[in-house]
Design a protein around this ligand. Structure first.
Ligand code: PLP
Length: 386
């Protein structure tokens, strides 16, 4: 019988939760939610229930949730120079992002390259607040407002950004703040009812829902970007096209579970800490990135000096452990981590990311130990032979 595997790659995609699977299957037969007949109204109810659940996860108003095909679409929709405030046109003149943002933000959405400024991060991966304030101080408001985008928590390191402090700086500059909360949702409490972000970006598959569905959550719907996908008026005209009802229903179910799961986060932290203890026990010179600052409880990102992360990842995979080298976010492509580079950690061998969830067991942790012990033994043998 095949050895059971340990899936330690939740930041890539969390396993589909049973409740999300059931909600998806139950919604597959639903009618068109724009139809006025009873079947259409039942389908509409499914969407509105999910909208309430997604809003509750971040304590927002359900009316301010707009479903998109994922966080990438949500980012590209929001990162636009062209906005509306009621009927009036509004211009965002320049976009400010952090060097450690996910590519869907880093690439600047609908801004031309010259209108995007990348703000550096410290060696711990925290956005350089002084550099941000300085950049915003020289923003020319005559051209339009400054738009700032930052992730709440990093997908590779798990480092949590000081979003409240960023918000103060952005407000002082009269700007608008978009926060990519994809990795933070369900892992730290998020509350849109207090001053935080103007807009949040969420993704279903990072919290145990289906892939290909996400959301924009607005603190207020006074100002919105021109739609990226105009169409038949769905999502209050902010995102056209018949809604992906099954995925939306699954996202709603996952959001409900993620909100309840926040109370289990300390148990997740203990398992992550156990994994880190194994890393430092078996690899004495291992480097854990972002360890000095606040991080998500489920993530550790570490380098084994002298061992290429890609090679170690393959060894882990063969030993039955699924984890990531770098971010590995795009179609199996593993390249140097732009996050590590932004943190000033050069290009040495890259790093390995272990990201877990409430379903991660003590057996998974033991399997990780066995696999890492093998990798460490081979490394020691290599060093002896050299
Ligand atoms: N933002 C962050 C921080 C992510 O980790 C990811 C996915 O890895 C995304 C955005 C993109 O999400 P989606 O796959 O829903 O487009």
């Amino acid at each position: 019988m095949a050895e059971p595997r340990a899936y330690l790659d939740y930041n890539a995609s969390a396993p589909l939760l049973p409740a999300a699977r059931s909600a998806v299957v139950a919604a597959l037969d639903a009618a068109n939610p724009s139809s006025v007949h009873a079947e259409g109204r039942a389908a509409r109810r499914l969407i509105e229930d999910a909208r309430r659940d997604v809003a509750a996860l971040v304590n927002a108003k359900p009316d301010h949730v707009i479903f998109t095909s994922g966080a990438t679409e949500a980012a590209v929709a929001l990162l636009s120079p062209d906005w509306r405030m009621g009927r009036a046109a509004l211009r965002m003149a320049h976009l400010y992002v952090s060097e450690a943002d996910h590519p869907c933000v880093l690439n600047g959405g609908r801004f031309v390259r010259e209108k995007v400024t990348r703000i550096g991060v410290t060696s711990d991966g925290i956005v350089d607040l002084d550099a941000l304030a300085l950049a915003l101080a020289s923003h020319d408001k005559a051209e339009g407002l400054p738009l700032v985008a930052i992730h709440a928590a990093n997908n590779e390191t798990g480092v949590i950004q000081p979003v409240a402090e960023v918000a103060v700086i952005v407000k002082a500059a009269g700007g608008v703040l978009v926060v990519d909360a994809v990795q933070a949702a369900g892992r730290i409490p998020l509350d849109m009812s207090v001053p935080y972000a103007d807009y949040l970006i969420l993704s279903s598959h990072k919290i145990g829902g289906p892939k290909g569905i996400g959301a924009i959550v607005a603190a207020s719907d006074l100002m919105m970007p021109l739609p990226l996908v105009p169409g038949g008026g769905q999502e209050k005209g902010h995102r056209g096209g018949t809604e992906n009802l099954a995925a939306i229903a699954g996202f709603g179910a996952a959001a409900r579970e993620a909100l309840a799961g926040l109370r289990d986060i300390e148990a997740v932290r203990q398992r992550r800490d156990a994994i880190e203890a194994i890393v430092t026990e078996l690899v004495l010179d291992a480097e854990i990135f972002g360890k000095r600052v606040e991080r998500l409880a489920n993530t550790t990102f570490f380098a084994i000096p002298g061992t290429k992360a890609e090679t170690a990842q393959i060894a882990f995979d063969l030993a039955g452990i699924a984890l990531s080298a770098g971010s590995a976010c795009s179609s199996g492509k593993v390249g140097p981590s732009h996050v590590l580079k932004a943190m000033g950690h050069g290009e040495e061998g890259g790093a390995l990311r272990v990201s877990i969830g409430a379903a991660t067991t003590a057996e998974d942790v033991e399997r990780f130990r066995k696999a890492l012990a093998g990798i460490a033994a081979r490394r020691a043998a290599r060093e002896r032979a050299a």
